[in-house]
Ligand binder design. Structure first.
Ligand code: B12
Ligand code: SF4
Length: 605
């Protein structure tokens, strides 16, 4: 088996820094060590643009008194229950330095989805760092800071993390580094350092707040422990001028695959979507162009365009033209992968610009399935028109039909992926049947006998800090039944042969969703439960509803408490960071209840 060092050697041999090499010679003396822990193998770690943007920022800025490193899940690590172990005798180290990760001054943990929060324990154990904030002494142990969407409810790991960066970390992370630097230089106690951090916009410091727990789950009140600590902390979304270049273009590539982020946020704001929360911003065009020039020099064979919806990028045609030129000139095949577009923003011009790229694909399919080309994604989310409108989704059936007509005329597109949400509040059997009907209707309109309709079903999850945050969610165990209903209906409508040939229904994440169901809504007790599950060696990737209910039961907690609707005046565990307009929340709750009441009395058309 190879050693970590051998594996890192191979990583270093294939990695290319897109841009000038890092130069640390003019850094302030004795810079702090910041290590970003990424819960992925090497290939996926390079897609983690958030932590990589901060890594690059810290390393490029001469005035920042720190250097940044990355530690990942190396292939040579072995599993021992839930724990990860390094090969015998080796310490867990970063790609950049042989010094143990545990000796870093600051550890940054990036978690994308709250269902993956248990990976925090794996990573800290692997590095040999005490898990709880109160067990770590400043100067002796690293300060541990979290960031990314997995911490939308930052309370779950509130006992474990010293600070959590909300929103974009470019400014808050640099301020945090300065505060740690000063704290260490002046020998300040950790508590004083954390107090200063709590005053930085966008940084939430859990230990600075006291809260009263409700016996059944959740909290009844929360308040800052000191007058100097703010009562509310808002996520930071920065202006284009304040975002570092590496926020838009991946700073390190493995020699084959580059990544660009042409837009941030979304022009729309669907009530269930976290991507609609940040303000809409567009990448500087020249920056993207010069990055693509560099990729061409390097000879990268894959380019990922990662936008919430690329059709909103104003200069998309010029960008696609540039990629087409690149692809045309390249000796070997160049594939462009477009993360996401909004179907009703499609136009004939866009479709032909994409098909002229030659090789193009879709991020999800590229990463999760064998490569399916010529695919376009449409996210109606709901088949019932009134649900589409209630959730502020603007994609009407008429608009979708218009896009299908466009797709029909372009031979290069053979597959349509339809995203639907299942298990939304008030959803009925008829609403689910309508999803199958919708898929068949799209197939018939598409008129492509060899085409495929991929139904990607996702469970409705009320994400903190969206207008949906207080809505009830269905038990992920039941979602399996909902999916089955849709599959059965589809099969019945088209017959076995056509079903196998032309349709695919994608679903299968109930363990992650079970974890997410309590992590979205829970308080710090859930963090302790996650820790216990981890310590007991339970395979959380295969967690069942029964197992979850058993562990909650042992703490006198009930799963249904987390799944229910939260009343509008209820204090949510993420109260300090909550910035949703209550009137909008109340209106959505009211509209959905009215719909359910109409259904119950059979009056709805
Ligand atoms: C690339 C990508 C991935 C990559 C890399 C993920 C990563 N960690 O960056 C991979 C393929 C690994 C991935 C996986 C998944 N993803 Co993904 N992914 C994306 C995508 C397309 C782009 C993210 C991005 O690069 N943004 C640009 C960067 C620059 O911004 P950023 O990541 O927000 O980073 C900033 C801040 O968050 C913060 N920050 C981030 N990390 C840290 C760390 C520290 C220490 C600090 C201080 C700050 C900080 O500062 C950064 C700089 O400002 C988004 C959709 C989109 N278009 O935005 C979905 C998205 C983030 N993914 C999503 C999901 C659901 C998943 C999966 C669960 C999918 C699945 N079913 O398996 C998995 C997660 C698996 C897991 N183990 O948790 C959802 C997240 C919603 C949520 N919160 O649950 C999104 C929003 C897509 C969506 N529409 O639903 N994903
Ligand atoms: S669901 Fe799509 S259109 Fe709606 S806010 Fe999210 S990214 Fe934008």
């Amino acid at each position: 088996m190879q050693t970590i060092e051998e594996e890192i050697q191979k990583i270093q041999d294939r990695e290319i820094i897109v841009g000038a090499p890092y130069d640390f010679t003019e850094k302030p003396k004795k810079p702090l060590r910041v290590v970003f822990l990424l819960p992925y193998g090497h290939e996926y770690s390079l897609l983690c643009m958030g932590p990589l943007a901060l890594y690059d920022l810290i390393n490029r800025r001469k005035d920042v008194p720190a250097v940044a490193e990355r530690a990942i899940i190396y292939d040579c690590l072995t599993e021992d229950g839930q724990r990860l172990r390094t090969p015998a005798g080796e310490t867990y180290r970063s790609i950049e330095s042989a010094a143990p990760v545990a000796e870093a001054d600051i550890i940054g943990v990036s978690i994308t989805n709250s269902g993956d929060l248990p990976s925090f324990f794996r990573l800290l154990d692997l590095a040999g760092i005490p898990r709880r904030s109160e067990e770590r002494r400043l100067g002796r142990h690293p300060l541990v800071v979290g960031g990314n969407g997995g911490f939308a409810n930052p309370e779950i790991l509130g006992d474990y993390l010293d600070a959590i960066a909300l929103g974009e970390g470019e400014q808050s992370m640099l301020q945090l580094i300065d505060i740690v630097r000063d704290g260490l230089d002046e020998g300040r106690p950790k508590d004083a350092v954390l107090e200063r951090m709590s005053q930085v916009p966008g940084l939430y410091v859990p230990s600075m707040y006291s809260y009263e727990l409700r016996p059944s789950g959740g909290i009844s009140s929360v308040k800052p422990r000191r007058l100097t600590v703010p009562a509310k902390v808002h996520a930071q979304y920065l202006g284009v001028e304040d975002l570092h270049d590496a926020h838009w273009v991946a700073p390190i590539i493995d020699g084959t695959c580059g990544m660009i982020v042409p837009t941030l946020g979304c022009r729309w704001a669907c009530h269930f979507c976290t991507l609609g929360v940040p303000s809409f911003r567009q990448a500087p065009f020249d920056l993207l162009m010069s990055y693509i020039d560099k990729l061409e020099e390097i000879g990268a064979s894959q380019i990922i365009i990662s936008s919430p919806t690329f059709t909103q990028y104003g200069k998309r045609y010029r960008l696609l033209d540039r990629l087409r030129e690149y692809s045309g000139r390249a000796a070997n095949k160049v594939t462009t992968i477009i993360g996401s577009v909004r179907a009703d923003e499609l136009s004939a011009r866009y479709l032909s610009a994409v098909s002229e790229l030659g090789e193009f694909g879709h991020l999800f399919t590229e990463l999760k399935l064998s490569s399916t080309r010529g695919i376009v994604t449409i996210a109606p989310e709901f088949a019932s028109a009134d649900l589409v409108a209630m959730f502020n989704k603007t994609m009407t059936l008429q608009r979708v039909h218009k896009s299908i007509n466009l797709l029909k005329e372009n031979e290069d597109f053979a597959h349509i992926m339809l995203y639907f949400i299942v298990g939304a509040p008030g959803e009925t059997r008829e609403d689910r049947a309508a999803i199958a009907d919708y898929a068949v209707d799209i197939f018939n309109r598409f008129e492509r006998p060899d085409g495929t309709i991929i139904l990607k079903l996702q469970q409705f999850m009320p994400k903190p800090n969206t207008v949906s945050q207080r809505l009830p969610m269905s038990d992920p165990d039941h979602t399996e039944e909902f999916v089955q209903e849709i599959q059965d209906r589809l099969r019945a409508l088209v017959g076995d042969q056509a079903y196998e040939r032309n349709y695919r229904v994608l679903w299968g994440e109930s363990s992650r969703l079970l974890l997410e169901s309590v992590c979205l809504r829970g308080d710090r007790r859930i963090g302790r439960i996650l820790e216990r599950l981890y310590d007991d060696g339970m395979d959380l990737t295969a967690l069942t509803g029964e197992q979850l209910r058993k562990v909650l039961d042992a703490e006198d907690l009930d799963h249904s408490y987390y799944l229910r609707e939260l009343s509008i005046d209820e204090v949510v565990p993420w109260e300090v960071v909550d910035s949703v307009d209550t009137a909008q929340e109340a209106e959505l709750i009211r509209a959905l209840k009215e719909r359910t009441a109409h259904d119950a009395s059979g009056r709805r058309e």
